[in-house]
Design a protein around this ligand. Structure first.
Ligand SMILES: O=c1ccn([C@@H]2O[C@H](COP(=O)(O)OP(=O)(O)O)[C@@H](O)[C@H]2O)c(=O)[nH]1
Ligand SMILES: O=C(O)[C@@H](COP(=O)(O)O)O[C@H]1O[C@H](CO)[C@@H](O)[C@H](O)[C@H]1O
Length: 305
């Protein structure tokens, strides 16, 4: 490993076991915490995750609110999340005068408009096994280290999980940003950050969001502003290969945008299907847009939350 990455890894990696609930609750002080979920057709999983966070909120006060921003689910996601006790928004109802854009990054960005917390914990809404220590673990370094602004989850991902991480994100970061080679899960959708950081950064609207936030945090605040917490194991995966190709391309765009900002980049990924004896090209839009730092949106300063 690059020596800078090795020393960062040693300084800034902890385990959820280092952050028991009573310790994290003591550290919380006056800070307020929002758990935010971006959803799209997650009716099978979102209720249990919200439920788990609500129990933590009601029984310990560690979490102040659970907010869901839905990207336009066609299933019962919004009802399941509401029934479990989250405050649920359709993405079109937040900053509705702005162009509606698809994507999880956009929903995470919009969550900043409606969340009240000083600290925001994002959790993927399609986790099959949510554990409350995901929240306590991610909050631990933020609450105990004033210099840390972004805490990423890390975990083992049994095969075939995490293929984009292993085949695109980590190789690419190792080549261009070797000081980040100690990041176990740079794409993790479970991460916690200070609002004061998130509100100053652009958000890729799609699957590039985590890569962009990670790189921009390091570029602007230095490597030590980032920590990672081992949450054990995350079992999810084997996403359809074509969809993973789209995620991989979004990651590639996001990294290249930071290295060669003025280079042209083609925003379509061509994939192929076989229909009977013919191979047919299927174009997917990729690269995606991005939202500016939310502090540049006038309604942000006057929001009611
Ligand atoms: O437009 C979107 C696309 C995805 N997601 C959520 O982002 C998480 C991860 O997305 P996805 O399942 O596409 O990625 P995977 O983890 O399968 O690669 C899930 O909770 C999705 O519901 C979202 O909120 N809006
Ligand atoms: O690393 C990967 O290959 C992808 C997909 O992993 P899985 O096939 O869901 O285990 O996971 C990353 O990207 C997802 C979409 O942006 C996020 O939801 C995951 O949190 C992230 O680890």
């Amino acid at each position: 490993m690059h020596p800078t990455a090795t020393s960062w890894f040693d300084r800034r990696t902890s385990s959820w076991r280092d952050w028991p609930l009573d310790r994290v609750a003591r550290l919380k002080g006056d800070a307020t915490v929002t758990v935010a979920l971006a959803t799209l057709d997650d009716e099978q999983t979102v209720g249990e995750i919200v439920d788990g966070v609500r129990i933590l909120a009601d029984q310990t006060g560690l979490v102040d609110e659970v907010v869901v921003v839905d990207s336009g689910s066609q299933d019962g996601t919004m009802k399941a999340a509401t029934d479990a006790g989250a405050t649920v928004y359709h993405h079109g109802d937040i900053l509705s005068e702005h162009e509606l854009l698809p994507g999880r990054g956009d929903a995470q960005w919009k969550a900043l408009m409606v969340a009240r917390g000083d600290l925001i914990v994002y959790v993927d809404a399609d986790l099959a096994e949510f554990r409350s220590y995901f929240i306590t673990g991610l909050l631990g370094p933020l609450l105990s280290e004033p210099d840390v602004s972004l805490v990423k989850a890390c975990y083992d991902r049994p095969h075939p999980g995490g293929q984009v991480t292993e085949l695109m994100a980590r190789p690419l970061l190792n080549v261009y940003f070797p000081e980040l080679a100690g990041m176990v899960q740079p794409l993790a959708g479970e991460y916690a950050a200070r609002r004061s950081l998130l509100e100053t950064l652009p958000f890729a609207v799609g699957h590039g969001v985590e890569t962009g936030l990670l790189l921009d945090t390091v570029l602007e605040s230095g490597l030590d502003a980032v920590a990672q917490v081992d949450l054990g194991q995350r079992t999810h995966g084997g996403g359809e290969l074509a969809a993973l190709g789209e995620v991989a391309t979004a990651v590639l765009h996001t990294v290249l945008e930071r290295i060669h900002p003025n280079d042209p980049r083609w925003d379509t990924l061509t994939q192929f299907n076989r229909v009977k004896d013919a191979i047919t090209a299927v174009d997917r839009p990729v690269g995606g847009g991005k939202r500016p730092p939310i502090t540049t949106i006038p309604q942000y300063a006057s929001r009611s939350s």
